[in-house]
Each structure stands twice: as C-alpha cells, then as structure tokens.
Design a protein around this ligand. Sequence first.
Ligand code: SAH
Length: 367
Amino acid sequence: MAEDRVNLLGLPRSELEAFVAERLEAKPFRARQLMKWIYRRGAADFSVMTDLAGDFRLRLAEVAKISVPEIVAEQRSSDGTRKWMLRMDAVQGIETVYIPEPDRGTLCISSQVGCAMDCTFCATAQQGFNRNLSVAEIVGQVWLAHRELEAPLRITNIVLMGMGEPLANYRNVVPAMRVFTDDLGYDLSRRRVTLSTSGLVPQMYKLAEECNVALAVSLHAPNDALRNELVPINRKHPIDELLAACWHYIDKQNGRSVTFEYVMLDGINDKPEHARQLARLLRGRPAKLNLIPFNVFPGTRYRRSPAATILRFRDILNENGVIATIRRTRGDDIDAACGQLAGQVTDRTLVRLGSRLTAASRSSAEV
Ligand code: SAH
C-alpha cells in the first residue's frame, strides 16, 4: 500500500485540490489547509495537523504521504553560506546552497542530478547527467532549508542555479515554481524566483507564457565562435536566436530585465574587445550583466581572470551603456560557489552535448 501513496510535497494548488476531491471527496479548502501545514509550518506528518478531523487525517495517511529528501551532509562556510548534500535515492546526491546577506537570504537549488549541457568551465558538467529531479525533490530542497535555518534567517529569494539545466526538466521545474510563488506555498513574488538557463530557446518561449519568473541567462561569450566552445548548446541555438527569445520573454513581463551571467575566464573571454562586442549586443536592451569570477575546481583547465581585468571589463561595459556588476563569490571555501556543485552522481548515462567527453570521468566530489 505504502508505495501507492501520493507524495503531496510539491503538488501545485490545483493538483492538490483535485487530489483531495477525487481521493477523499473533500472540499478545496482542505487542500489549502494542507498547503499551510506543509509549507508554512513545515509539517511532514498528518498527525500534527490538528485542525483536520481525525478520521480525515487517517484516510489521508492511507492515500498520501509527505516525503522529503534526506540530508546526508552539511557544510558551513566562514562567510555564513551553508551547503547541504541531499540524498535522492540509494546512490545519487545533489546540493543546495543558502547564501545569507544583510538584506536577503537566497537559496540556490538544483533541478537535475548532474547536467547534460557540457559547459566546459562547470564542475557539474564533469559529472555527466543522471536524471531529472521530481517536483517533490525540487520543492523538498526549500522545505528542508526552511527547517534547518534558524530564525531570523529566511529565504527571500530562490534561484535555480544549482546543479542541472532547469529548462531541460521543464515538466517538473514549472510546478515547483508554482509552489514557490503560491501565497499558500512559499509566497515569493515572481521577481524573487530566478531561473537560470544556458539557453534552451524553445523552452524559454514556453516559459514566457506559462510561468514568467525572473530570467537569468548564461551567456559567457560575446560571439558564436567562442560560445560554441564554452556553452555547446550554442551550436543548436546561437546567440541571435537566444537574444531574440530573451527580448520576447521580457516583453511579456513589462519592464524588467534579463540578467546575463558571464564567467570571467583568464585569457579566454575577458579581453577589452569582448566587452565591446558584448556592449554592441546588449546596449539599449533590457539587460544587466553579472560578471562571475571563475571558481576553480579540481581538473579544470581554466583560471580566474585577475581582479584588475574584471574591473576593466566592467568599466568598458558601463562606459558603453550596459549595466554590469561583479558577483561576489560566496562559499568557495566549501565548494559551494557558482559552478562548483558536483554532488554525487553515479550511474552517469553520459548523455552530453559537445564532443569532448573524455573517458576519464572525475570521481564524485567529496562533501
Ligand atoms: N544550467 C543553468 C543553471 C546553472 S546556474 C545555467 O547554465 O544557467 C550556474 C551559473 O554558474 C551559470 O551561469 C554557470 O554558467 C555558472 N558557472 C558554471 N561554472 C562556473 C564556474 N566554475 N565558476 C563560475 N561560474 C560558473
């Protein structure tokens, strides 16, 4: 029986309402009560839900469960950043990172076990791809972080910038984002939920219609020749297609902008000419550029651009009418910074874009 029980964690409101109606012949307000318990009060057990009638709770426990991922390890950075490694099943693990700042608390969550996009400068790519996370596994990361964080630490922002390409797991990512923004879920405005993509253009058009959250795009190069190398999906969806999708997305939001992520790789994409090319692409557009100092990881062939180079790059952009900021690196002492999340991916199916897959996959990162 237990195997047939539906996991309520992550069910968007409409699905939960349908579930209680069909399986329990209950009114929609029961679904709303359940959501408050699960997300606001962090309940994982029907027995604590004291405003639900006893017999309803018993019937509920027969057909449903609230099943959350398990934390297998936690690390804390000297800067307050926390990283949890979560067990997804017997062998797979993913990582979730909390980044506290004076005015906000950002939770960086994963959407896949590993990643198939094969970006050359990213630690997750080295792990290969294993599988998509379920809705419960995506929402479960937020549920667990809520439980673990002591007051007054709060989650004010969620970024899908952990392991995986969220738009490659569209089917599960969109319902999860509905729970993040539902006032009975985590009640975040759509501006405070950011999806970052390496550039899956068709899904960007779909997302614009269906769940218009804040958008971040991993650009990393100002021309196709270089981007084909660094972000192999560019061979399928080149920069002009990608940017057209971005401007369409923003048209649908009236008045916000896309954040373009640009990792600063020493001698690769950090020359003044690159900054000028970027400015030509983005000037006059609803765009902000976030320069990310490259975070090194074992086995990488890249180096971080020197601080002076990054500053100069930013200044050229600003002088040419593009807003650019430098992302402060957080949590790098515990390998929790951008691109350092490696989790534990075994059973890789070695589904990767690009052709430079080498036989020697690196062993899983130790947490
Ligand atoms: N797959 C999505 C979500 C990952 S977001 C995407 O590509 O957008 C993680 C961000 O960190 C992306 O912008 C990614 O390009 C960047 N990143 C990856 N490796 C990095 C590294 N080693 N140093 C700094 N940033 C990195």
